[in-house]
Design a protein around this ligand. Sequence first.
Ligand code: NAP
Length: 486
Amino acid sequence: MRICVSIIESNIEGALASAKRALRAGADLLEIRFDHMNELPRDLSPFRTIPAPKIATLRPVDHGGKWNGDEDGRLSFLKRAMEHFQMVDVELGTEVAERINPPARIRVICSYHDFRSTPSPQRIVSLLEAARDLGDVPKAAFMVNGPEDLLHLEEASRLEDGDREEEKVLLGMGDLGSITRMRADLLGSAFTYASLSEGLEAAPGQIDIETMKWLGENPVITGITGFPLSHSLSPPMHNAAFKHLGIPGIYLTFPAEEGELSPLTDVIRRYGIRGMNVTIPHKEAIMEFLDSVDGIASKIGAVNTVVNDGSLLRGTNTDVVGIRKSFENAGMEVREKKVLVLGAGGAARSCCAFLCDAGAEVMVVNRTPSRALKLERDFPCVRVITEQEALEVEFDAVVNCTPLGMRGFPDVLPVTPEVFRRGQFVMDTVYNPPITRFMDEARKRGAKVLSGIEMLIYQAIAAFEIWTGSTPPYEVMARTVRERLE
Ligand code: NAP
């Protein structure tokens, strides 16, 4: 996969220095975005000293660039640039694209950008065809707003590839579109664009050259879906693990709303995504779109990890590993111990799966009794009780499996603090903030407390192992979590 670095500098000196840096970083070709310069350079001959194919681009404002001069001025500049550059980029639908008339040695990229949306595959193909009529390399870039858009791009590339062998560049923009830059070969692109470094993106979703080189031809692509995902700690944890272990891989976010899970699972298959974590609110809903769900995830009734084996998607649940490791590391042996679980959702079901397996006696208090009764039916060691009844039992451990106390949720206790006692083990599955009111109240009453951070880290380690076969050190992941939560 060839990589073109887009250089956005305000003057020629900066552009030349950045071009050299890009080549040292491994760029195969360079695009100089002259529309980012404060003024157009008179002498373009210094670019001859840069030993790589170069594209001259002077993108007008209404096509996503910064040039606000007229078309005559643009045309005359690009004609001058053709004396020193090997390629020029002109935009479909502009006067310049019609009038460029280049000498035979110059290759023209005819580009189309839509910074708002991605159209149907048929429309993408017709735009590429229109661009091909005016240039040697048609380029089309679209804002990706959801998984369906990624499928449109992939379908368009297949429709196109059916009858054409010529070069093209097809890509998606925005965070969700960034996978199309790593899977440029899949979309049949002759090359892909990268930024010189983070913060210097010429288009939304561009990845820096260093990362692109590190990822190479066939990176392990993983990620997380849910909604919203803006505060997820999983991307920094997994990306740190990939880096630490020297595995070329990346963990991306795939925000998806209800109704987008079917296209999302098709994206996993078609883009060769190795694995995906699933979080609120899709842990249950994702199951019907998978090829199989393993025993533990079926028992819990929720999938937090999907693994793609040759386009067959299997769902599993590593939250239960996170809970087990949290108890084990705290030295909390639960056999024949009384444990109070607060909540009856996915986290509570994972917790009960571990506790029943380990021989504990579990009592559940939940706001909605019917949901708790389902837990009681599914897990033989569970008994549903009221908060009042909980006060009459001396629990060895208490686990909060509700979101109460989590940033963005009401900061109220999920149970009266009178259930806490000296020597008890109290765990919150909430990890943000790292010390919750629930933990604080328990500690004041002499309990030994643990935050949900441990669970978060161990469920991530287990998912990473499933996807890559390698185990990231706990400390590598813990450090990134601490940094983000501080
Ligand atoms: P869920 O399936 O939506 O279940 C939430 C549970 O909390 C339900 O039992 C719900 O009661 C109860 N609840 C919600 N709001 C409440 C309120 N205002 N008052 C009383 N009860 C309330 O969610 P989940 O997947 O189990 O996740 C729950 C929490 O676990 C998350 O917020 C997160 O903090 C934590 N978690 C942590 C990790 C980790 O790695 N540390 C992993 C997974 C989850 P009803 O049945 O009455 O609705």
